[in-house]
Design a protein around this ligand. Sequence first.
Ligand code: BV8
Length: 232
Amino acid sequence: MKVVVLTGAGISAESGVPTFRDADGLWEGHRVEDVATPEAYVAQPHVVHRFFDARRAALAVEPNPAHHALARLEEHLGDDLLVVTQNIDDLHERAGSTRVLHMHGELLSARCRACGGRSRWVGDLGDFPPCPACGVGALRPDVVWFGEVPYEMDRIEVALEGADLFVSIGTSGAVYPAAGFVQYALAHGASTLELNLQPSEVSLLFHESRQGLAGELVPAWVEELLAPGRAQ
Ligand code: BV8
């Protein structure tokens, strides 16, 4: 059975990572859509760096049972499971998942506006440190902002076309193209399941939608999927 899982901020909420809809999607009074954009970076780079430097510094959190359940599922399904995450934290990897696509980039990566090089980065970028590859002080967060093209769309579309099951976990379905994946999976014959604290903006497109905490719903769903006698 080929499974594609899409995760959003809700899967990291129980680890203590705030979601976008918490605090009504505001950060220091700014709407996230107004800070995570190329225009905002040109207009006020220090504000944008402060936003991402603060989130990178707050990554000292732990994966929760939902992340661990997906890592366990990968142990059983191997290449038949792909996790596509909108999240820019590293909790899937720290729980043991290896087949993870960060379609919106990663906090722990920096991208150079001079040479395009991408480097693993754990510190701040607000003091414009030199790029490890070219030495120019032109590093930006390696994150996909609003108006920018998400990473790995070709690989994601191929995976959705071949999926028997598409599962969306902890996302509000507010941002495209991620919010459109359920429709694409449906059109290619997949069964669709939503696991979320409350109905998302695209809940009606799922064969089944379960409401609750990811830390409870995801382990239960993985147990169900791996139960003996289930079609693999
Ligand atoms: C693109 C990285 C072209 C930065 C992010 C008008 C109409 C439609 C679309 C558009 C439009 N105008 C512009 C667009 C396109 C735009 C878009 O969709 N805008 C929205 C605002 C309308 N999209 C883009 O610009 C994208 N690029 O379209 O390029 C293209 C398209 C296709 C192919 C090629 C080119 C780029 C978007 C990427 C922006 N970057 N993140 C950062 O992280 O700071 S977006 C960011 O917000 C997230 O990555 C995520 O994608 C999005 C929403 O976040 P969620 O993960 O869903 O989190 P949220 O807080 O919203 O919801 C959490 C959910 O969890 C809730 O439902 C809650 O109930 C639940 N929950 C909470 N706790 C728990 C829980 N569930 C379970 N358990 C819990 N404990």
